[in-house]
Design a protein around this ligand. Structure first.
Ligand code: FAD
Length: 526
């Protein structure tokens, strides 16, 4: 609902109410009054869902442009009025700040209306999408068109392919490293100019979405985790739907076997017996998705170790568990499975459970926990953060380590005490690639409980410092700790920060685009 002039009570810094009313009228003229919102309900939709109501950084308006030309018009007006914008595709970056901006009074540019699947190429196995296309929408489009193509999806399927990819998001098929599978972008630059990357820079270029570089520097990574442009189109490579899909679950009972387990899985990833992104999860993390902690432990502090043992026994979970999947023709999957069984047979008490489905099985034919690795989007995990009761919420701390048991163990030894001291359980999982482990330490809380939320953010900041001092940096972060995280990437007197700021100031002299994102602040603020 549009309520003009502005009524939500917060303005972009430096603008009077009259200035902002004029700017809103110009935005409305450019994109339509019905797509220019200042009402509290719409603004709340783009807040951080995992904070007490009314807290967090507030925006002043939400704009929903419907085309590239409208995005360009919005950017040019923001330059004229010196208004900070904050871009989101779906704005569902839950656990990392949702759709909220870094600078109070920013205007959200939501690209939800730009939701066309522009192309599906069956032979070359890719699609081209606008920013509002969710994983769910691409999945439905592929099924409706009977395409034998599978999209890699994150644990929650309602987010956008472009927003998730730009934030270096992960799914869990062969193509789970989403940034690696993006190919060819169109980008509105901070001055309103329009750039096509790679082979798209060639007018009429045929190889835009099939070849990941062009002539000269490859610019695509510069638009990921940055504030250098608004991506309005992107190619995404898709996995040919396999004949057979085999979800697997490996349980290891003893904590002391972590190092051995990681070494074995690394070998299987390096020789490509396993080709997806496996998830190594501690048993308590998996238990936290099943029930509230007070079912087993009513006390305020972390669940004691003997109680954890009882929980894992009751739920049939290992201390360490690996979720992974195999894809291909049936005889190849069977051969891979027997290689894996052999590899893990030396781990005392290890249990490997595997199922086999047709690669194009319908959602109803596969148990919901196995959907994600099949590329079937779902929203089940949204309800899985209820460990502390109340209104479910979480804050993820996500450091990266070399894929060795020693490093994973060191991270846990460093971070568990910080989480425990703050009164949280240490819930951890690691996404595995052949050479690195991307850890997720989940601080799960009741979003309405101010004290829990404050303790979680304080613990997260401390984890940034602790991990950083020991050489572990984050792959992604919540908005409110971005300056802390970027501050730890400090080699040579913060050469990376200085480099990013030079690019920022060259591209965005008025500093209007997502100021502060990833700790990149413009020299001049709007
Ligand atoms: C329980 C739970 C499970 C989760 N599981 C996963 C998981 O498995 N994998 C995973 O990756 N994430 C996961 N997440 C995190 C998050 O929910 C997803 O990554 C989600 O897809 C991100 O939301 P979005 O796609 O709407 O991105 P958005 O919120 O739209 O954008 C994400 C970021 O990219 C920037 N951006 C967005 N669009 C553009 C654009 N067009 N141009 C320039 N910049 C842009 C935004 O400023 C923002 O910083 C999980 C979260 C929770 C709570």
């Amino acid at each position: 609902m549009t309520e003009l002039p502005h009524s939500a009570g917060i303005l972009p810094a430096g603008l009077t109410t009259a200035d902002f009313a004029r700017a809103l009228a110009d935005f409305a003229a450019a994109i339509g009054e019905e797509h220019t919102h200042t009402d509290a309900e719409t603004l709340a939709e783009y807040g951080d869902p995992y904070r007490p109501a009314g807290t967090g950084t507030r925006a002043s308006a939400v704009l929903l442009p419907g085309s590239v030309a409208e995005v360009q018009a919005v950017v040019r007006l923001a330059n004229r009025y010196r208004i900070p914008l904050w871009t989101v595709s779906q704005g569902r970056n839950f656990g990392y700040g949702g759709g909220s901006p870094r600078v109070p009074g920013s205007v959200i540019v939501s690209l939800r209306r730009m939701d066309r699947v522009l192309e599906v190429n069956e032979d070359l196995a890719y699609a081209v999408v606008e920013p509002g296309v969710s994983f769910e929408k691409l999945y439905e489009t592929l099924r409706a068109g009977n395409h034998r193509l599978t999209v890699s999806v994150p644990d929650i399927g309602w987010g956008s392919i472009i927003g998730n990819t730009l934030d270096h998001g992960y799914g869990f098929t062969w193509y789970g490293d989403h940034a690696e599978r993006a190919c060819g972008m169109e980008v509105v630059l901070p001055d309103g100019d329009l750039l096509r990357t790679g082979m798209g820079a060639l007018t009429g270029g045929h190889a835009w979405h099939v070849h990941r570089r062009g002539f000269g520097p490859a610019a695509e990574s510069l638009f990921m985790q940055s504030n250098f442009g608004i991506v309005t189109r992107m190619g995404v490579w898709l996995m040919p739907t396999p004949e057979c899909y085999a979800p697997c679950f490996l349980k290891v009972p003893a904590d002391s076997d972590l190092e051995r387990l990681v070494g074995i899985v690394r070998g299987l990833l390096l020789d490509r017996t396993i080709q997806n992104i496996p998830l190594l999860a501690d048993g308590l993390m998996l238990a936290s998705a099943v029930a509230r902690r007070d079912r087993w432990w009513p006390g305020p502090g972390p669940v004691p170790d003997d109680v954890i043992t009882r929980i894992l026994d009751e739920l049939g979970l290992g201390r360490w568990n690996v979720r992974f999947a195999l894809y291909g023709s049936e005889h190849i999957v069977d051969a891979q499975l027997s290689t894996i069984r052999e590899a893990v047979s030396g781990i005392p008490g290890a249990e490997l459970i595997a199922a086999e489905h047709s690669g194009d099985a319908a959602p109803a034919d596969i148990p919901v926990p196995d959907h994600v690795q099949a590329g079937i989007p779902n929203r089940e995990m949204l309800g899985a953060l209820n460990w502390r009761g109340g209104r479910a919420g979480n804050l993820n701390f996500s450091p990266v380590a070399p894929l060795s048991g020693t490093h994973i163990r060191r991270l846990i030894d460093l971070l568990r005490p910080v989480m425990h001291d703050a009164g949280f359980d240490c819930l951890s999982a690691v996404m595995l690639t052949p050479r690195s482990g991307i850890a997720i330490f989940g601080l799960v809380y009741d979003s309405d409980d101010h004290d829990q939320v404050e303790r979680a953010f304080a613990a997260c900041r401390e984890m940034v410092e602790t991990a950083g001092r020991h050489g572990y940096g984050e792959y992604r972060s919540h908005l409110d700790v971005m300056d802390h995280v970027s501050g730890r990437f400090d080699f040579n007197d913060h050469a990376q920060r200085r480099f990013n700021q030079k690019i920022k100031d060259a591209l965005d002299p008025h500093g209007i685009l997502s100021p502060g994102k990833q700790g990149i602040w413009p020299g001049r603020t709007p």
